[in-house]
Structure formats: structure tokens, C-alpha cells
Design a protein around this ligand. Structure first.
Ligand SMILES: Cc1ncc(COP(=O)(O)O)c(C=O)c1O
Length: 366
């Protein structure tokens, strides 16, 4: 049996006709930039999240850069970022000419509160909370810490579309939040895409200006901005996919429960912890094991694709080497050597998850 890590063709089999006709409609109307699908998607996605404003942009990295710029932080400000996330989260800080500070993670693979408190200095002006793997971070406690110190919160929800903390969707706790619609995300377009969301009207219009060459109208350039837009064809696709999102997340949750059930007896395996009262969107299903590389190779021989998110923590990367010294003893680095992402997603059936678990059990001889 072959178990694929990802198969986007399979994901859309039941909705592909709708998608093709949406693409055709936009080509016929020649509506490529700022069309009605963008406006409607922004409305529909903000309604889904229960957030006031949504701004479509070019991708999740742009969304982060624009969100940070929107906050207008002073030049020497420090922004705290978890040590294990996709590089964009940290890149966006550096590209805004701000100072980066890495914080350790806990067993949820999200920000460790204890280390967060230690890392805060009088220069700390913002934190980027990543809900890694779709697993919501402790937003309530992070909020409490930040509120007293006037630290802005940016939620990086690139992996957490539809994930919930106490029944509330991630992206609604911070001052401003960002999403990626990279094709493999739980809600993905057929190319690049992203958005910035906020409940703050001032931030929304400021982000809109930055993303549109510094102005809200044609030929108006009030600040130095950039060009970052979600195009109309992608927005049309996202509108169709958004209607499936909760169903897809539910399927992922059922698959995750099957993994928990079938793998829970294996002492050599640990699961990424979830916080109480949270609903992970299981963008990824990650386990930890000391024999990570051996298990990965064994599963590959059995036709099972796995992945690692991410092979190195950010302070271990050459570009961030000046941070390595204060990060070298971090739990993030230790846990990172043990992580393995197992296949999960709309393209898979129950028997395929069972096949993965059967082979993990064979590997461990249990
Ligand atoms: C946590 C995180 N932040 C930001 C991004 C950047 O998104 P994009 O690839 O759309 O620029 C990603 C994408 O993988 C991500 O996983």
C-alpha cells in the first residue's frame, strides 16, 4: 500500500467542477485583480473567524511583514518569535528592520510561558504567537502577560485555519493576525495567497494602505507600501474550499483520534501535547521518537510518506547564527531531533491511517 503525505488532486475531487467554473467565470469577466470574489472571500472568511476585518494579500509571509509594519513599532523594538516555526515568522521581523528574539517551546511545541516571561525586556514590543501544526497556543495567558506590559500580539495562523481556543477561532486573540493560503494548508489556494485579519479598524486601513502601494485609492500614495494582493481567481477557489473547511478539519480530527488510539500503547512514542479546551485543526500530526530517522526510513520502505516540520530550529540556521548562543540549550532543539509528521488529511482513508500504525508497531516490535 502507498500512503501519500499530501494529495491535493484527491482533496478537491468532489468540488472540482465548481472550482473550474469559478476560474472560467473570472477569465470570462477578465476579473483578475480586486474583483468581487476577493471582496466576498474577505467577508466570508471574517464571518467564519468572527473577526471584523480581513484583507487578502499575496501570501502568508507578506501578511506577516505587513502586519508587523502596521504596528509602527520603534526602530530598536524587539519582537519575540518561537524557535521552531517556519522561517517566514522570523524573516518578517528582520525584514521590518526590528530585533528578533527567540523563545523556547513547551510540550505543545508552542511558546513556553516560563521562557516567554524571561525573554521579555523593556525593548520587547511585540510577540508572534504561532499555532504550530494547527495546535492552539496558550493565547489566554500570553494575552494576560502582554496586556500589562503593552506588548502587541500578532498571531501567525498560517497552520491554524479553523483551530479553536475555548470555542473561539485562533486569530481573534491578538492585535492583528495572519494566514497563509499556500496550497498544502488546510485552506489552500492554487498558488500563493494569504490574508491579514484584525478587529482594529485603524490597523485594517493601515495594512490595506501598505499592501496597496501606500494608498486606499488609485494613484494615492500616502506612505511607502508595496504590492501584495490576493488575486480574484484564487479568492474564487478559496470561497468554494472555505465551505468544506469544517468538514475537512473534522476528518483530520477523526484521523488524529485514530492515531492516538492505535499508537498510545507504544512507550517509545510521544504525542505533541494539546492545551485544555482547544480544538486543533491538525494541519500536521506530529509524533516524537528517539529513533526518528530509522522510523522514517522504515516507513518509506513500506510505502508511507512522512515529513519533518522542520528539520532545523531557526536558531540553528546559518542566517540566525548570532542567536544560537542563547538558544543552544533550548528544549526546541532537543525535541526537534525527535519530530516526525505522519500522513493526515482529506485525501486519506481510515485503513491508510491503520496501515501507518500497523507498521509503526512492527518497527517497535509491539
Ligand atoms: C507558520 C507559518 N508562517 C508563515 C508561513 C508563510 O506562508 P507563505 O508560504 O504563504 O508565505 C507559513 C507557510 O508555510 C507557515 O507555516
Amino acid at each position: 500500500m502507498k500512503v501519500q503525505f499530501l494529495n491535493l488532486r484527491k482533496q478537491i475531487l468532489k468540488i472540482d467542477k465548481k472550482i473550474y467554473s469559478s476560474i472560467k467565470k473570472n477569465i470570462r469577466k477578465s476579473q483578475f485583480i480586486n474583483g468581487s470574489d476577493v471582496i466576498n472571500f474577505e467577508k466570508e472568511f471574517s464571518k467564519y473567524l468572527n473577526v471584523k476585518y480581513c484583507l487578502g494579500v499575496g501570501n502568508g509571509t507578506d501578511a506577516l511583514e505587513i502586519a508587523i509594519k502596521t504596528l509602527k513599532l520603534n526602530k530598536n523594538s524587539e519582537v519575540i518569535v518561537p524557535a521552531n516555526t517556519w522561517i517566514s515568522t522570523a524573516e518578517a521581523v528582520v525584514n521590518n528592520c526590528l530585533n528578533l528574539k527567540f523563545v523556547d517551546i513547551d510540550e505543545t511545541h508552542n511558546i513556553c510561558l516560563k521562557d516567554f516571561k524571561k525573554k521579555i525586556s523593556n525593548k520587547t514590543k511585540a510577540v508572534i504567537v504561532v499555532h504550530l501544526y494547527g495546535n492552539p497556543a496558550k493565547v489566554d495567558q500570553i494575552y494576560k502577560i502582554c496586556k500589562n506590559k503593552n506588548i502587541k500580539i500578532i498571531e501567525d495562523c498560517a497552520q491554524s485555519h479553523g483551530a479553536e481556543f475555548r470555542g473561539i477561532k485562533t486569530s481573534t486573540f491578538g492585535d492583528i493576525s495572519t494566514f497563509s493560503f499556500f496550497p498544502s494548508k488546510n485552506l489552500g489556494s492554487f498558488g500563493d495567497g494569504g490574508c491579514v485579519v484584525t478587529n482594529n479598524k485603524k490597523y485594517y486601513f493601515s495594512a490595506k494602505k501598505i499592501a496597496n502601494h501606500g494608498g486606499l485609492k488609485k494613484n494615492s500614495h500616502l506612505v511607502i507600501g508595496r504590492n501584495s494582493r490576493l488575486d480574484n481567481i484564487q479568492a474564487g477557489i478559496l470561497r468554494i474550499k472555505l465551505k468544506q473547511l469544517d468538514k475537512w478539519i473534522f476528518k483530520r480530527q477523526k484521523q488524529a483520534n485514530l492515531y492516538y488510539k492505535l499508537l498510545s500503547g507504544i512507550k517509545q512514542i510521544e504525542f505533541v501535547k494539546t492545551n485544555k479546551n482547544t480544538k486543533s485543526s491538525f494541519h500536521l500530526f506530529v509524533i516524537r521518537t528517539k529513533k526518528r530517522n530509522q522510523l522514517k526510513n522504515f516507513l518509506a520502505q513500506k510505502g508511507i510518506e512522512t515529513s519533518i516540520h522542520y528539520p532545523k530550529t531557526l536558531p540553528e540556521l546559518q542566517v540566525f547564527k548570532k542567536h544560537f548562543n542563547y538558544c543552544k540549550t533550548m528544549k526546541a532543539i532537543k525535541l526537534n531531533k525527535q519530530i516526525l509528521s505522519l500522513p493526515i488529511g482529506e485525501h486519506l482513508q481510515k485503513n491508510e491511517i491503520a496501515y501507518v500504525c500497523k507498521n509503526i508497531k512492527i518497527f517497535y516490535n509491539v
